[in-house]
Design a protein around this ligand. Structure first.
Ligand code: HEC
Length: 132
């Protein structure tokens, strides 16, 4: 009985932080990752090129969101203050690299776009942010 109780306690200890991460919006672990790429003119230019190629079809050419279709729900505005999945550079990076599970309507780009290029896109999205 005692052993069983200890096992349950151990399982709770393992399970509870995972539950907290799942419930919380955003991604605290990803939020701690620092952006290693400075937002230079080159970075923003490359980010824009990649954005137009891979992202504009869903999020719109000005990143203000897309209407979606029968298969894909509307893609959110990336220039406003609201961001369901976190608004730090690290969280945006993680969304682009890993997608948004479990539906993955926002698909993962980790195998198509190199990390440095993803950071360029993060810098580009940041440069579009509305300032009001
Ligand atoms: C197939 C359509 C599609 C493509 C292509 C796409 N996205 Fe998304 N994206 C979505 C959808 C739909 C969501 C909302 C996902 C959710 O909340 O479940 C989303 C969510 C996001 C979010 C989170 C926004 C928030 O409010 O937290 C970011 C950031 C993002 N996308 C960036 C990008 C970038 C950058 C690219 C290109 C590399 C890209 N997306 C390509 C459909 C797409």
């Amino acid at each position: 009985m005692r052993a069983l109780l200890q096992m349950c306690l151990a399982a709770w200890c393992v399970a509870s932080p995972i539950a907290v991460v799942t419930i919380a919006q955003g991604n605290p672990e990803a939020a701690r990752v620092k952006n290693p790429v400075a937002a230079t003119t080159e970075s923003l230019g490359d980010g824009k090129r990649i954005y137009q190629r891979y992202c504009a079809s869903c999020h719109g050419s000005n990143a203000e969101g897309g209407p979606g279709n029968d298969l894909i729900p509307a893609a959110p505005d990336l220039t406003d203050k609201e961001s369901k999945h976190g608004s730090t550079d690290g969280e945006i990076f993680s969304v682009i690299k890993n997608g948004v599970p479990p539906e993955l309507n926002m698909i993962p780009f980790g195998d198509q776009i190199k990390d440095t290029e993803i950071w360029n896109v993060v810098n580009y999205i940041r440069s579009l942010a509305k300032r009001n």
